[in-house]
Design a protein around this ligand. Structure first.
Ligand SMILES: *Cc1c(COP(=O)(O)O)cnc(C)c1O
Length: 498
């Protein structure tokens, strides 16, 4: 199977090429030319399998130029032992025929681990084929969570190096400690004087500098990208939609062929788009319910067909969903337009120039056949966390709280189809907001570790080991540099002398 670009449908490249390059030369996103199909027999065959085994049946449908041995080794390395508990993506009953798919049992306690544990391995396979075996260097500017998830994913993966820059004063104390104590022989971390934009601008300048590129080449290295539009981050996420269905089948909660809903807390549209691919592949999905916080650009788009980014940006208690441009939406639109890159180009040129676009009524009808959408504000999110804990004894984080709230409103409007709410972070990753929600703001702890302890005491639910074990660790990376010194830092961290 080959991949084409959302901005140039005459292009046809391998999965390895798409993953090694990240983004197409003309600025489009790589998408599969055709979408593989599955049937009920395939779903039944998944039910008795482990998560890793399920991944080995789904990934080869898209990654046709990877060998069976490669995918076997990669999935074992990614999902074999780095997740806490019995399964990487367990499904927990919540109430009636509603369950929660927990995607936060990985090393950084959030759903980005599901993809970032596998991507580095996919990248080394791709590099063998299309980068002539050069070492892949990943540069990341982070406002917190993605940087740590990337560090954990690339840690000690042969043939890769990872360097992360974060704004010295722009991340939480917990996030800073997570990054500065990072272990691994191929990792580097450096704080930048300035804010996230300064770090981002610095990374982009280095990434596109011909001189830097040449110097890396002399040392048999080249830049690759791990950002959220890489196909290698989307494809691992398709697996857990199938896995959740297979779990419900195995438990007898549904019959093979029964349709289910998924409600997904959404930011960049990556997670929910993976659900759409699963649906297109034949997974029996009724509706994909897109849940947003006060940044409700997607709610408006999925219900009216108008995407309008010219709106206030809200900082919320679910920060990973504070986004006004959901990049992965471009892939959905391209597919729904029948792989029409000219029309996709026209819409996204309008977004760039005017900050908005509107799709045709016919396209909106297709969107509404697959998607429902809703949004809520911080008070509603906190109320959902409190109520879910009170009524069902289930503790959820702020992002999942948005999904719970939006789902309950959707269900109340009449659709009682069995449903899965996708949970994207451990509640302990957002202890302050979760503790505040449960206690109406009346809690004693003042620093993050104390809040973790207080939340444990209050709920009796243990915090994940990777968060607890940070306490008392000594930072390994203590460099703080100016934006102008970033290039020198890169050479230093890579051990490049000439
Ligand atoms: C990244 C993230 C999201 C949003 O996922 P998208 O794929 O960007 O839609 C939601 N919740 C958490 C905790 C995240 O880290």
């Amino acid at each position: 199977m080959n991949y084409t670009s959302t901005r140039n449908n005459r292009l046809s490249v391998s999965a390895s090429f798409a993953i090694a390059n990240g983004i197409s030369a003309e600025g489009g996103l790589f998408v599969p030319e055709t979408i593989p199909q599955t049937d009920e027999a395939f779903l039944a065959s998944l039910a008795p399998l482990s998560y890793t085994e399920r991944a080995r049946k789904i990934l080869p449908l898209f990654l046709t130029d990877y060998t069976e041995e490669e995918l076997k080794a990669y999935t074992a390395a990614a999902y074999g032992s780095r997740f806490e508990g019995p399964a990487p993506a367990p499904v927990t009953p919540l109430h009636d025929n509603v369950s929660v798919l927990e995607l936060w049992h990985g090393p950084t306690c959030a759903f980005k681990d599901m993809a970032l544990q596998l991507l580095p391995h996919l990248l080394t396979g791709a590099a063998k084929r299309v980068l002539q075996g050069k070492e892949s260097v990943i540069l990341v500017a982070t406002s917190g969570d993605t940087g740590k998830a990337a560090l954990e994913g690339f840690k000690d993966v042969a043939g890769t190096r990872i360097l992360v820059f974060f704004p010295d004063k722009g991340v939480s104390p917990m996030q800073k400690l997570q990054m500065t104590t990072q272990e691994g022989n191929n990792v580097g971390v450096c704080a930048i004087e300035g804010n996230f934009d300064d770090a981002q601008t610095g990374v982009k300048a280095i990434f596109t500098d011909a001189g830097v590129k040449e110097r890396l080449l002399k040392n048999n290295m080249c830049f690759s990208s791990a950002n959220s539009i890489n196909w290698g981050r989307l494809v691992p996420q398709i697996v857990y939609y199938f896995s959740a269905y297979a779990d419900l089948l195995a438990k007898g909660a549904i019959m093979n062929g029964d349709k289910i809903n998924f409600c997904v807390p959404t930011g960049n549209f990556g997670n929910i788009l993976a659900g759409w691919y699963a649906r297109r592949m034949g997974l029996p999905v009724n509706k994909l319910i897109c849940a947003s916080n006060e940044n409700d650009v997607l709610t408006e788009f999925l219900t009216t067909g108008r995407y309008n980014r010219r709106r206030p940006f809200h900082t919320t208690v679910s920060p990973s969903m504070d986004i006004l441009i959901s990049s992965n939406l471009e892939r959905l639109i391209f597919h729904l337009l029948g792989n029409d890159s000219d029309e996709t180009n026209r819409l996204f040129a309008a977004l760039k120039e005017n900050g908005e676009y509107t799709v045709s009524d016919a396209l909106l009808k297709e969107i509404k056949a697959c998607f429902a959408a809703g949004c809520c504000n911080d008070d509603e999110t906190k109320a959902a966390i409190k109520e879910t804990y009170r009524a069902h004894g289930y503790l959820c984080d702020t992002h999942t709280g948005v999904a719970v709230r939006v789902y309950e409103a959707y269900r109340a409007a009449g659709d009682a189809t069995p449903s899965v709410i996708v949970s994207t972070a451990s509640p302990y990753k957002f202890s302050k907001a979760v503790l505040g929600a449960l206690t109406d703001g009346n809690f004693a702890a003042e620093n993050e570790f104390d809040m973790v302890s207080e939340l444990e005491t209050l709920t009796g639910m243990p915090a994940p080991a990777p968060l607890k074990s940070l306490k008392g660790k000594t930072p390994r990376f203590t460099n703080v540099c100016a934006q102008s010194e970033m290039e020198a830092q890169v050479y230093g961290l890579l051990g490049i002398k000439d």
